[in-house]
Write a protein that binds this ligand. Structure first.
Ligand code: UDP
Ligand code: MN
Length: 324
């Protein structure tokens, strides 16, 4: 009898220990946070004050939990699509620039990338890159005429216009424009994720400061009582809109209702591209200041140093062909 009890005790002991250990491990596991606290909040304030994710279906921890507690029947308000027009041209740093840009854009919900190559045809490098970028995109190309490829002349005029033409064509048959916002994203600038939250609420034309531009640490629209009243700039302060290409966004509605508004080659002085374009679609009084009344720099006009390829071989090339 005694030995039977002993045997049973030793048979059950390991199982009891396993159950105790499992219970202990489970209670020690940290609870999933209800709201994630990353360095940058991935939740944007959408129209109507609804909390909307910066990137839908993104890897934010705890997002599934949040969805479970939210009533499923309530449809999410439609996020305005952000259309980013990026002119780009072939050079040694091109793929590096596009990689950084795609890494930023991938964090942004409902963004459509319009990449316009300054080339006679779509290149294989960019085509392959876009196919793997994991972003809704449109790949266009138009070459800059040789006579305009000179220092001192505006760059990427034809490419931005090609982006505008695509946007207008795509939406031409719609009675009412889908909510959308357009901005011009050069491939070498640096964009904070907060910038996309700011521009998404653009009603007509919105503006904000740009860092590292115009020979200064930053340029910005001067704001009084919520209105733009002038420009803080170190260069040609007489420009009607003394603002860099990276400093404004335009609603899709405004682009569609001004079908002739384009970037001009003829009659445009250096540095006047932005003013010439904005003059066609808005007035200074109408501008909507973003980034806390234009007091925060959320985009930087960074420029990449020309790479040193002095040691590239002319003969005895590598045995494999490698895309850089
Ligand atoms: N760009 C282009 N073709 C050119 C030169 C520039 O498509 O011949 C593009 C470039 O990739 C960038 C934008 O036009 O997206 C502005 O050019 P860049 O950054 O050289 O101008 P900056 O920094 O002087 O404003
Ligand atoms: Mn640049």
């Amino acid at each position: 009898m005694k030995s039977l009890l002993f045997t049973r005790f030793f048979i059950f002991l390991p199982w009891i220990l396993i159950v105790i250990i499992m219970l202990d491990v489970d209670t020690r596991r940290p609870a999933t946070p209800i709201s994630p606290r990353p360095y940058f909040s991935p939740y944007a304030v959408g129209r109507g004050g609804a909390r909307l994710p910066l990137r839908r279906g993104g890897p934010a921890h705890g997002s599934e939990k949040r969805n479970q507690s939210r009533p499923q029947l309530q449809p999410e308000p439609q996020l305005p699509t952000i259309y980013a027009i990026t002119p780009t041209y072939s050079r040694p740093v091109q793929k590096a620039e596009l990689t950084r840009l795609a890494n930023t854009f991938r964090q942004v919900a409902q963004l459509h990338w319009i990449l316009v190559e300054d080339a006679a045809a779509r290149s294989e490098l960019v085509s392959r890159f876009l196919a793997r970028a994991g972003l809704p995109s449109t790949h266009l190309h138009v070459p800059t005429p040789r006579r305009y490829k000179r220092p001192g002349l505006p760059r990427a005029t034809e490419q931005r216009n090609a982006g505008l033409a695509w946007l207008r064509q795509r939406h031409q048959h719609q009675q009412r424009a889908q909510p959308g916002v357009l901005f011009f994203a050069d491939d070498d600038n640096t964009y904070s994720l907060e910038l996309f939250q700011e521009m998404r609420t653009t009603r007509k034309v919105s503006v904000w400061p740009v860092g590292l531009v115009g020979g200064r640490r930053y340029e910005r629209p001067l704001v009084e009582n919520g209105k733009v009243v002038g420009w803080y700039t170190g260069w040609r302060a007489d420009r009607p809109f003394a603002i860099d290409m990276a400093g404004f966004a335009v609603s899709l509605q405004v682009i569609l209702s001004n079908p002739k508004a384009v970037f001009k080659r003829r009659g445009s002085q250096p540095g006047m591209q932005e003013s010439d374009f904005l003059k066609q679609i808005t007035t200074v009084e109408e501008l909507e200041p973003k980034a806390n009344n234009c007091t925060k720099v959320l985009v930087w006009h960074t420029r990449t140093e020309k790479v040193n390829l002095a040691n590239e071989p002319k003969y005895h090339l590598d045995t494999v062909k490698i895309e850089v």
